[in-house]
Design a protein around this ligand. Structure first.
Ligand SMILES: CC(=O)N[C@H]1[C@@H](OP(=O)(O)OP(=O)(O)OC[C@H]2O[C@@H](n3ccc(=O)[nH]c3=O)[C@H](O)[C@@H]2O)O[C@H](CO)[C@@H](O)[C@@H]1O
Length: 350
C-alpha cells in the first residue's frame, strides 16, 4: 500500500515504484485524499485500487480552517485504520505530504510495517510527525541523516521515474511545434506552478523569445491566453509528454523541489533555481538549492531578487556556462535508489 499527496512531489516517487511492484506480481493499493492531485496521477495505473480518506492540511499560517482540520485528521485516521484492517497490506510506503499522516497512524495501529521517504534535505512536517511510527526512513540526500534517528535511516539517493529516461527530442519539438533553430528553455514552477516566476517570465518574454524557444509549465489556472507566440508554449501541467519536453530542453528554470531538481540532474540539464521563500515554506527548497549550487550544478536566484532583468541575466549565465554545469553533473554518482527501496520494502514486509 502506498500513500502520499498534496502536490506531485509527494506522488511521483510512488509512481516510480508502483510499476516495479506490479511487474513482480504484487497487489498495489493507494490511500490518498478524496480529491487531490494524487487521485488524478494514480488513476493512470489501471491495476491500482485507490481509496480516498479525509485529510486536513498542516498549515504554518493562521487560517480558520486550522480549527476544523484537526477533526478531519482524526476522521482520516479512523477511515484509514478501518480500511487498512480490511485490506491487510503487508507493508506501507509513505512519500509524505499532509494526506500521509492519518494513513501512517492507521497502519501503525494495525501493526503494518511502514517505510517513509524524505526527498528534501530537511524533513517535512508530515514526515516529522510520521517518523516515530515508521520502521525505516529512506532519504534522497546524504545530509538528511543529521535530522533523523540513526537506526531507522537509509540513504538511498534520488528515485527517478523510468519513463523520464526515454524522452525523445523530436517528439518534444513536434509536440511544441518548435524548430531546431533556437535553443529551448523549460520553465517549471514546481508541480503547482509559481505565480512570481510566471510574472517575471512573462515580463521578460520580449527578450527571452529573441534567444530561445520557451516551454512554460505554469500551474493550474495560470495560462495567460493573451500571449500568443509560436516561440512560447504554456501548459498547466504535463504528464505523459514530460520526458520528451525534458529531452528537448537545453536549460531549465525551476523551483527547487527535490524531485524536480534530481530529475534535471539525472538528465544533465543546467538549471537556474528559484527556491520557495521562507515565508511560503519551511525553507527546504533554499537548502536543496544551496546544496546543488555547492556542487556546481546550478545558479540560485532568490525570489526577493527576482524580476524580469535578473531573470534574463541569470538565464544568460546558465546558457553561456552550460558545459561547465554539465561537466559538474557528470561527476555525480547516481545510486540505484529504486532497487534499494524495493529491497528494503521486501525485507520489512510482514
Ligand atoms: C509547495 C511545496 O510544498 N513544494 C514541495 C513539493 O514540491 P513539488 O510538489 O513541486 O515537488 P517536486 O519539485 O519535488 O516534484 C514535482 C514533480 O512533479 C513533476 N511534474 C511537474 C510539473 C509538470 O508539469 N509535470 C510533472 O510531472 C516533476 O517532474 C516532479 O517529479 O514537494 C517537494 C518534495 O518533497 C518539496 O521539495 C517542495 O518544497
Amino acid at each position: 500500500m502506498f500513500t502520499g499527496g498534496g502536490s506531485a512531489g509527494h506522488v511521483t516517487v510512488n509512481m516510480a515504484l508502483i510499476p516495479r511492484f506490479l511487474g513482480e506480481g504484487w497487489a498495489v493499493e493507494y490511500l490518498g485524499s478524496e480529491d487531490g492531485i494524487e487521485k488524478k496521477l494514480i488513476s493512470s495505473f489501471e491495476n491500482v485500487l485507490y481509496h480516498g480518506v479525509a485529510t486536513g492540511k498542516l498549515r504554518r499560517y493562521l487560517d480558520w480552517k486550522n480549527i476544523i482540520d484537526p477533526f478531519k485528521v482524526v476522521n482520516g485516521v479512523l477511515q484509514a485504520y478501518r480500511l487498512i484492517r480490511k485490506q491487510k497490506p503487508n507493508v506501507l510506503f509513505s512519500k509524505g505530504g499532509f494526506v500521509s499522516v492519518p494513513v501512517v497512524i492507521g497502519a501503525w495501529l494495525n501493526k503494518v510495517p511502514i517505510i517513509i521517504h524524505e526527498s528534501d534535505v530537511t524533513p517535512g512536517l508530515a514526515n516529522r510527525i510520521s517518523i516515530p511510527f515508521a520502521t525505516g526512513v529512506c532519504t534522497t540526500f546524504a545530509d538528511t541523516e543529521k535530522y533523523l534517528p540513526k537506526s531507522k535511516t537509509y540513504f538511498v539517493g534520488p528515485i527517478i521515474r523510468e519513463e523520464l529516461k526515454h524522452g525523445n527530442i523530436d517528439r518534444g519539438r513536434a509536440f511544441c511545434q518548435f524548430t531546431d533553430q533556437k535553443p529551448v528553455l523549460l520553465i517549471m514552477g514546481g508541480s503547482l506552478g509559481a505565480r512570481q516566476i510566471n510574472k517575471s517570465v512573462r515580463a521578460a518574454l520580449g527578450y527571452l523569445a529573441n534567444r530561445y524557444q520557451i516551454v512554460h509549465l505554469c500551474g493550474k489556472d495560470q495560462i495567460d491566453s493573451s500571449i500568443q507566440s509560436p516561440l512560447y508554449r504554456q501548459f498547466e501541467y504535463i504528464q505523459e509528454e514530460l520526458p520528451d519536453l525534458l529531452a528537448m530542453s537545453d536549460i531549465v528554470v525551476s523551483r527547487a523541489g527535490a524531485n524536480s531538481i534530481f530529475e534535471f540532474l539525472f538528465l544533465r540539464k543546467p538549471m537556474l533555481l528559484i527556491p520557495l521563500t521562507k515565508e511560503q515554506s519551511r525553507g527546504d527548497q533554499i537548502v536543496n538549492a544551496q546544496s546543488f549550487k555547492a556542487s556546481g550544478f546550478c545558479e540560485v536566484l532568490m525570489e526577493e531578487q527576482l524580476n524580469a532583468e535578473t531573470l534574463a541575466s541569470n538565464i544568460e549565465i546558465i546558457y553561456r556556462n552550460r558545459s561547465t554545469y554539465i561537466h559538474n553533473m557528470n561527476q555525480y554518482e547516481q545510486k540505484d535508489a529504486l532497487s534499494s527501496v524495493i529491497e528494503l520494502l521486501r525485507r520489512v514486509t510482514k
